[in-house]
Ligand binder design. Structure first.
Ligand SMILES: C[S@@+](CC[C@H](N)C(=O)[O-])C[C@H]1O[C@@H](n2cnc3c(N)ncnc32)[C@H](O)[C@@H]1O
Length: 258
């Protein structure tokens, strides 16, 4: 599985939907219920997993605009009934929503973005007085069970890797993205609510996902810790991991009144 392929997004979707904050999604849904046929714009939607998770708590007449720069996953998202899609490169424009938009959503996106891009997004949200629901932003916490030598070094290298350039405005905020977004919105007068949305993976339910993550991390770490160290850690982890915690934060933020 590579990058953000449909296979990878499908593998992570059950863990994502277990982990998002229902409370914040319900609050966003209650806010949308004040409008008729409210339009929601999802950024970096992939195959539309965010919409599938939010829809049960959003008004039945919600209209969806799903945006991504990957035409393959967006075509899958667009196959759902009544859903509009737009091919959009967020690095060029963080605000691809139309004027009628009532809520901006995103899942597992903002940790890819540079702090300056996050500030630009916050500027555009504030200009349009739009609330935002940002789910599953990676926040730097990694926990492995049973604990083994090499975990701390791997975690530190992984968090350095997460701060590399992921194509959204330069070196990414990575594990600092949720705090950066919360601060940027607070500074613009938003009321910001944050909830823990960590993945708490366990064998055997999540074995496939855990193995895919471990392989992906060790491949990505080879350049940072050396091939041999990364491979040894990978082999030990594949053979032994029973639980894996990956920290995420959900944010629901509403603009100042007036
Ligand atoms: C981790 S995936 C999450 C996908 C989806 N939100 C979900 O929860 O399944 C990140 C998504 O952001 C999209 N993305 C990354 N960089 C982008 C950019 N510059 N412009 C638009 N979309 C981008 C990817 O194509 C991918 O679909």
């Amino acid at each position: 599985m590579s990058g953000f392929s449909a296979d990878w997004l499908a593998l992570r979707e059950p863990a994502d939907s277990r982990s998002r904050s229902r409370d914040l999604i319900d609050r966003a849904g209650a806010m949308l219920a004040q409008h008729t046929a409210p339009l929601v714009c999802d950024l970096g939607s992939g195959t539309g997993a965010g919409m599938r998770a939010f829809a049960p708590s959003f008004p039945k007449d919600t209209q969806w605009l799903l945006t991504d720069h990957d035409p393959e996953t967006l075509a899958i998202a667009g196959a759902a009934k009544g859903v509009k899609t737009a091919l959009a490169d967020l690095s060029a424009d963080p605000a691809p929503w139309p004027e009628a938009c009532r809520l901006v959503t995103a899942t597992a996106l903002f940790d890819l973005a540079a702090p300056e891009w996050i500030n630009k997004l916050a500027d555009r949200l504030a200009e349009d007085k739009l609330p935002v629901l940002a789910c599953l932003t990676y926040d730097g916490r990694l926990g492995f069970a049973p604990a083994m030598g090499g975990d701390a070094a791997l975690s530190a290298a992984f968090n350095r890797h997460q701060r590399g350039d992921k194509g959204l405005g330069g070196p990414a905020a990575g594990p600092g993205a949720a705090v950066a977004l919360a601060r940027a919105l607070s500074a613009r007068g938003y009321k910001v609510q944050m909830e823990d949305s960590a993945w708490r993976l366990q064998a055997p339910r999540d074995t496939l996902l855990m193995k895919e993550l471990i392989r992906g991390w060790s491949d990505a770490m080879k350049g940072l810790v050396g091939d041999e160290v990364a491979q040894r850690w990978c082999d030990m982890r594949l053979a032994n991991t029973t639980r894996l915690t990956i920290g995420h934060t959900d944010i629901f933020a509403t603009p100042p009144k007036g």
